[in-house]
Ligand binder design. Structure first.
Ligand code: ADP
Length: 586
C-alpha cells in the first residue's frame, strides 16, 4: 500500500528528530569529554607540581630517596593516582603502582615523555598493561627529572549516557510533545489534501458532477479550489464537445449522402452508415477494414487524385484540392466528391444520384423525342401549304382538302404541345395543382358527357358503376384527364361495339381502388411493360394517323402518382385491356 501523506510526514519527522537528537548527544558528549579531559589534565598537572616540589624541597633525587614520594600519595585528593618519577635518561626512579620499579624498562620512548621533552609536558591515553583500564598519562619535564601522573580515564559513552539521563528524558518528552503538535498540524494539512485526493479519485472515475467542498484559505486551499474550478471548466467543455459530437454523428447518420473522413494514410477515421452501405455495394463483399475502404475500382480516380495531391499543402490563399466525378454501379449512379484538407486528411462524400441522373438522361431523350414528334405535324402542315402555293391557282375543292389536312395537323400540334406542357407540369410543379375533395362519380359523368356523341356513334356500351360519394382528395382537371385519356384510348383502339366498364372494386382506410376495362383488341403482351412510357406506341404509324400523341398513358400514370396512387395494366382473360389504379382519400 502507498504511504499516506500523513505517514510520510511522520517518517520525515522521526528521521529529522532522531538525527537532531543524535547530533546534540554527540556534540554534548564531545564537549563533556573535552571538559573532563582538561579537568583531568589540570588535576594531574597540580599533582606533578606538588610531587616535584616535594622532591625538590626534600632533595629526594640527590639523596636517592625518591620512594618517599609514597608519603605524599596518601594525602593527595585522588588516592588512585599513579605517580611515576623518571630521570632524564628514562630510568624509572619511582612508581606508585609497581613495587619492583627499578626493574621497569626505560621510559624515555613513552609517548607522553616524548611529548614532554618537546613541549615541557605531554599527555597520552592508553590502556594499562597491568590493570587493562584506560589511563590518562600526564608527564612534565623538570630540570632534573620527569614526573608523570596517571588517573583512570573513564570518559566513555556509557558513563556519559548515565550522566545524561535527564537530558534524554527531556528529549523523549520533547519528542512526544512535538509529535502531538505534528499530529494536529498534519491533520489540518492532510484534510485539504485528503479532500483533494477524494476529488481526484472521483474525477478519475468520472463520478463527479459538481464538487463544492470548502477548502481552507491557505495556499493549498487556493490551489485546490483552482484545480477544481479548472476541472469543472474542462469537464463542461468536454461535455459540450461530446454533445456537439453526438449532434454531428446524428446529423451524419441522417444524411442521404455517404460521408467519411480519412487520415493521410487512407485509414478511415469517421463515417456514417450510408457510406459503408455504398462501399459494400461497390465491392460486392463486405468491407469492414478501415484501411481497405477505398480499395474498390470505383475509387480508382479518387485514389489517383489523393496520391497526386497528398503531401502538397496548399499555400496561403490557395484553395483546397477538390475532386468531383460520377460512377455507375449496377444501374445506379454515384457522385463522388472529395476534399483534401490542409493537414492532409481528406473527406469523401458519395451521393446516390441515380434518380437525378436517370431523369437527366430521360429529359435528354425526351427533348429529342419532343423535337422529333413536333417535326412530323409541322412538316406535314408545311407540305400542304407548299402544295397549295406551288400549284397556284388551284381548284377550290383541292384547296379545301389541303387546308383541312393542314388544320388537322395543326390541331395535333396543339394537343401535342398541351400534353407535353401538362406532363411537365405534373412532374416538375405538382404542387401547383390545387387539391380538394372531389367526387369521382362527377368526373366519370363529365367524361361520359364529353364523349357521348362518339360513344353513341361507335355503338359503345358505357357502364359506370362508380357510386356517388366516392370522395377523394384530388385535382379536378387532372382526374378528368385520367378518365378522358382512358376512354379516348378505348374508343380509338378498341374499335366499335365494345363495352367500357368503370368500377370502384375496393376501398381501405387510405385508398379507393378502381378498375377501367374495355372489351376491345387489347394490347400485345410484349408492349405492356412499356405502355406508360412517354411517346411509346404499339403501332407507331397507326396511332399517329389516328391522332394520338403517345403521351396519354404517361399523363394517366403521372396524374395518378400525384394523387399518391399506383396504376397497373393487364389484358383481360378473353378480350380487351384492364387498367387498375388507386386514388388516395386524403
Ligand atoms: P396515344 O396518345 O398515342 O394514344 P397512349 O399513351 O395513350 O398514346 O397509348 C399508348 C399505346 O397504347 C397506344 O399507341 C395504343 O396502341 C395502346 N393502347 C392504349 N389504350 C389502349 C386500349 N384501350 N386498347 C388497345 N390499345 C391501347
Amino acid at each position: 500500500m502507498k504511504r499516506s501523506f500523513r505517514g510520510e510526514i511522520f517518517l520525515y519527522y522521526i528521521i529529522v528528530f532522531v538525527f537532531f537528537t543524535v547530533t546534540v548527544l554527540v556534540f554534548q558528549f564531545e564537549r563533556e569529554r573535552k571538559y573532563k579531559t582538561s579537568q583531568l589534565e589540570n588535576t594531574l598537572d597540580n599533582i606533578t607540581e606538588v610531587t616535584y616540589k616535594f622532591i625538590q624541597q626534600n632533595n629526594l633525587i640527590g639523596k636517592n630517596e625518591v620512594s618517599r614520594v609514597a608519603e605524599l600519595i596518601s594525602i593527595l585528593p585522588e588516592p588512585n593516582t599513579r605517580i611515576t618519577v623518571i630521570d632524564k635518561n628514562g630510568k624509572v626512579l619511582y612508581d606508585s603502582f609497581v613495587k619492583n620499579y627499578p626493574l621497569m624498562e626505560n621510559h624515555i620512548a613513552r609517548p607522553e615523555v616524548v611529548k614532554a621533552i618537546k613541549e615541557g609536558n605531554g599527555a597520552f591515553i592508553r590502556t594499562s598493561a597491568t590493570t587493562k583500564q584506560d589511563f590518562y598519562y600526564y608527564a612534565r619535564l623538570y630540570p632534573d627529572c620527569f614526573v608523570r601522573a596517571a588517573l583512570v580515564y573513564d570518559v566513555n559513552l556509557k558513563s556519559f549516557l548515565k550522566t545524561s539521563r535527564i537530558f534524554i528524558t527531556f528529549m523523549v518528552v520533547l519528542f512526544i510533545l512535538v509529535g502531538i503538535v505534528l499530529v494536529w498540524v498534519t491533520f489540518k494539512l492532510s484534510d485539504t489534501i485528503t479532500k483533494l485526493k477524494d476529488f481526484a479519485v472521483r474525477a478519475g472515475h468520472n463520478e463527479l458532477v459538481e464538487y463544492d467542498t470548502q477548502f481552507p484559505e491557505n495556499e493549498l486551499g487556493i490551489i485546490s479550489t483552482q484545480i477544481i474550478e479548472i476541472y469543472n471548466k474542462l469537464k463542461k467543455t468536454k461535455d459540450d464537445l461530446a454533445n456537439e459530437k453526438e449532434k454531428l454523428f446524428n446529423h451524419l447518420d441522417a444524411l442521404d449522402e455517404g460521408i467519411a473522413f480519412f487520415s493521410s494514410s487512407k485509414i478511415m477515421t469517421l463515417s456514417n452508415g450510408k457510406f459503408i452501405e455504398i462501399v459494400n455495394l461497390f465491392s460486392k463483399k463486405e468491407v469492414i477494414s478501415l484501411e481497405k475502404m477505398l480499395d474498390s475500382t470505383s475509387f480508382n480516380k479518387l485514389n489517383n487524385f489523393i496520391d497526386q495531391h497528398i503531401g502538397k499543402t496548399p499555400g496561403q490563399g490557395e484553395s483546397l484540392a477538390k475532386l468531383d466525378y460520377t460512377v455507375s454501379k449496377e444501374e445506379k449512379f454515384f457522385r463522388i466528391q472529395s476534399i483534401i484538407f490542409a493537414d492532409n486528411s481528406f473527406e469523401v462524400v458519395i451521393t446516390d444520384v441515380t434518380r437525378l441522373e436517370k431523369r437527366r438522361l430521360m429529359k435528354q431523350q425526351l427533348t429529342s423525342n419532343i423535337a422529333h414528334e413536333l417535326k412530323t405535324p409541322l412538316s406535314s402542315i408545311r407540305g400542304y401549304l407548299e402544295t397549295i402555293l406551288e400549284n397556284w391557282p388551284i381548284p377550290e375543292e383541292k384547296q379545301k382538302y389541303f387546308l383541312e389536312k393542314a388544320f388537322f395537323q395543326s390541331e395535333r400540334l396543339t394537343s401535342l404541345i398541351n400534353d407535353i406542357s401538362l406532363i411537365n407540369n405534373i412532374e416538375d410543379a405538382g404542387e401547383l395543382f390545387e387539391m380538394k375533395s372531389i367526387d369521382v362519380k362527377k368526373i366519370t359523368n363529365d367524361v361520359y358527357e364529353y364523349f357521348s356523341s362518339k360513344i353513341e356513334h361507335n355503338k359503345i356500351e358505357f357502364i359506370d358503376e362508380v357510386s356517388a360519394g366516392t370522395i377523394i382528395n384530388g385535382n379536378e382537371s387532372l382526374l378528368f384527364s385520367v378518365f378522358q385519356n382512358l376512354v379516348e384510348n378505348s374508343i380509338t383502339y378498341g374499335g366499335p361495339g365494345i363495352r367500357i366498364h368503370i368500377k370502384c372494386y375496393h376501398q381501405d382506410e387510405r385508398y379507393y381502388y378502381f378498375s377501367f376495362s374495355d372489351t376491345g383488341s387489347g394490347i400485345p403482351k410484349e408492349h405492356l411493360p412499356r405502355i406508360f412510357e412517354r411517346f411509346y406506341r404499339v403501332e407507331k404509324g397507326r396511332s399517329r394517323s389516328t391522332g394520338g400523341t403517345g403521351l396519354g398513358l404517361a399523363i394517366v400514370k403521372n396524374a395518378i402518382m400525384l394523387h399518391n396512387g399506383r396504376v397497373s395494366v393487364r389484358n383481360r382473360p378473353k378480350e380487351g385491356v384492364e387498367f387498375m389504379f388507386s386514388l388516395s382519400k386524403k
